[in-house]
Design a protein around this ligand. Structure first.
Ligand code: PA5
Length: 456
C-alpha cells in the first residue's frame, strides 16, 4: 500500500495546500499522539489488539463456518451500523458486488428495517437451507431485534427450527441476546466489552461471515498486524497512518476543510468507503473534548465511486467551495479484465478504446481526475494498493482504525464512544409505546405544541 501526499502540498495546490515544512515541524505532536495511543491500548483503544488476539480463534471460526457451509446454501447476516458494515465491506471488497451470482454459497445482509426489502429477501430464500448470524453487541438494538423476531416468526410458520439455524454474536455476559442464547441453547460468539461496533470487524463480528465464504481470515489478520508493525517501528513522519490524520486535522484547522471524500476506483472498495463513513463520523463528531469543553468537532465523510461520481458530484468537487479533501482509494490491478477488440475503424468515439484493456480506461480516468483536481488546486491524497486481497484489506482496515484514533487524539476528543446515538433510540422506544419511556413521551407531547410550519 502506498499513500501519496504530493497533491496536498503548496507546491501542487498553492495557497489551498500545506507546506512540507509544516508537516516536518509536527514531529513532536505525532510522537505525543503515538505515545498516547500506545498507553491507552489496553483499555480505551483495546480494538487495536484484535489482530493478535483473534489469531488463536481463527481455527475454531473456520471449522464452525465450514460445518455451516456444509449444511446450508445461504448465510444471512443481520445487524446495524458497526455490527454489519464490516461484514459488508469484507464481502463486497473481497468477493465482489455480484458474488451471489458466481458462488454456490450465497451471503445476504439485513442492515435496515424497510419491510419491503426484508420481506422480499426472506420470502424468496429457501429458509430450510438458510443460516442466520444475528449480531448486536448490546443485545438491545431495536432494529436488529425486530429483524430477529421477523425471521423467527417466518421460520416457525414453516415449521423450521430457528434455534438450529442461527448464531448470535453479542456481549459475553450482558444483554437480551446473551440471555436468549442461554434459554434457546443457541451458540453465541462474544464481542469483547472493550470493542465497540465500528471497531469490531476484525473480531468474531466480521470473521465468521467472512470464513463462511472462504475469505482467508488469517491473511486478513496478517495484513492488519503488518500495519501495526509499521505503526510501531516507523518514525512518526514516515508512518502514513499518522501523517494522514495530521493532514486531515491541519486542513480542518487551517483551511476549514470539514468534508473528506473517500473516492474509490473499484465497486468493491466503495464498501470500504461506507464502513469508513461511520468510523470517521461517529468517532470524531463530538460535542465535548476530553477536558469537557464544548468543541463540536467533526469531519463530514462523503462516499464516492469512480468513474460513477465523475458524472454526478465531481463538478462540485472541482468548482465548488474549497471545503473538501479528496482521498482516492485505488487498486493497481483487477482480478478480472478484458481485452477490447478492434471493431469500428475511424470512429473517434470508440477507436481509442479498442485494443486496450477494460481496466485501462478506469485507471486512466482515476489519473485524469486526480490531475484535473490538482490543476484546480483541490487538495487530494491517493491510497493505492497492488490488488484487492485479504492482506491489503486487513492492512487498510487497521490503517483507517489507527488513523481515526490518532485523529481523535489530535482533536482531543474520545474517538471510541457515541453518546448522542442514544437520544433517538429513547424517543423511538417512547413512540412505540414502551412503558419504560413514559417520561420521554410526555416530553415529546410538550414539544408537539410548538409552532408548526407545514406545506404540501
Ligand atoms: O459503532 C457503533 O457502536 C454502532 O454503530 C453500533 O454498532 C450499532 O448501533 C449497533 O449496536 P449493537 O451492536 O449494540 O446492536
Amino acid at each position: 500500500m502506498k499513500v501519496n501526499f504530493t497533491d496536498i502540498l503548496t507546491s501542487s495546490v498553492s495557497e489551498h495546500g500545506i507546506s512540507q515544512e509544516e508537516i516536518l515541524s509536527s514531529e513532536k505532536t505525532l510522537e505525543k499522539v503515538k505515545k498516547s495511543i500506545n498507553e491507552k491500548r489496553d483499555k480505551l483503544y483495546f480494538p487495536l489488539n484484535l489482530p493478535t488476539l483473534m489469531e488463536s480463534e481463527t481455527k475454531e471460526i473456520k471449522e464452525y463456518a465450514a460445518s455451516i457451509r456444509d449444511s446450508f446454501d445461504n448465510l444471512v447476516v443481520v445487524g446495524m451500523g458497526g455490527s454489519i458494515l464490516g461484514n459488508e465491506l469484507l464481502h463486497f471488497a473481497l468477493k465482489g458486488t455480484h458474488a451471489n451470482l458466481e458462488n454456490e454459497k450465497k451471503v445476504y445482509f439485513i442492515d435496515n428495517i424497510d419491510p419491503e426489502t426484508n420481506l422480499t429477501l426472506l420470502e424468496n430464500l429457501n429458509l430450510k437451507k438458510t443460516f442466520f448470524n444475528i449480531i448486536t453487541k448490546s443485545g438491545s438494538t431495536s432494529e436488529t431485534l425486530l429483524n430477529m423476531l421477523l425471521i423467527k416468526d417466518l421460520m416457525e410458520k414453516k415449521n423450521i427450527n430457528f434455534e438450529k439455524q442461527v448464531l448470535f454474536t453479542t456481549d459475553p455476559n450482558k444483554g437480551f441476546l446473551r440471555k436468549l442464547s442461554q434459554e434457546l441453547n443457541v451458540k453465541a460468539y462474544p464481542v469483547h466489552p472493550d470493542v465497540g461496533g465500528r471497531y469490531s470487524v476484525l473480531s468474531h463480528v466480521g470473521l465468521f461471515s467472512a470464513a463462511f465464504e472462504n475469505i482467508d481470515i488469517e491473511k486478513l489478520l496478517e495484513g492488519a498486524k503488518e500495519r501495526d508493525k509499521h505503526f510501531q517501528e516507523n518514525k512518526v513522519l514516515d508512518e502514513s497512518s499518522l501523517v494522514f490524520p495530521l493532514v486531515q486535522h491541519k486542513f480542518f484547522k487551517e483551511h476549514k476543510v470539514n468534508i473528506n471524500v473517500l473516492f474509490s476506483y473499484s465497486d468493491g472498495l466503495e464498501y470500504m468507503g461506507k464502513w469508513y463513513e461511520q468510523l470517521l463520523a461517529e468517532s470524531i463528531g463530538k460535542k465535548f473534548s476530553i477536558s469537557n469543553e464544548v468543541v463540536h468537532s467533526g469531519i463530514t465523510p462523503v462516499v464516492a465511486r469512480g468513474p460513477y461520481h465523475q458524472h454526478s458530484t465531481l463538478q462540485l468537487f472541482m468548482e465548488g467551495p474549497y471545503d473538501k479533501l479528496i482521498i482516492f482509494l485505488v487498486p493497481n490491478s483487477f482480478k478480472k479484465d478484458y481485452q477490447i477488440h478492434e471493431e469500428f475503424k475511424n470512429e473517434p468515439a470508440v477507436t481509442f478504446l479498442e485494443n486496450n484493456t477494460y481496466s485501462k480506461l478506469l485507471l486512466s480516468e482515476y489519473t485524469a481526475t486526480k490531475m484535473a483536481l490538482t490543476e484546480y488546486k483541490r487538495p487530494n491524497i491517493s491510497i493505492e494498493i497492488k490488488e484487492i486481497n485479504e492482506e491489503e484489506i486487513g492492512n487498510l482496515i487497521y490503517f483507517f482504525e489507527v488513523s481515526v484514533i490518532a485523529l481523535g487524539e489530535l482533536f482531543n476528543i474520545n474517538p471510541i464512544d457515541q453518546p448522542s446515538v442514544e437520544v433517538g433510540k429513547r424517543i423511538t422506544h417512547a413512540l412505540m409505546g414502551d412503558k419504560n419511556y413514559f417520561d420521554v413521551l410526555a416530553d415529546i407531547k410538550k414539544k408537539e405544541e410548538k409552532d408548526k410550519f407545514l406545506l404540501s
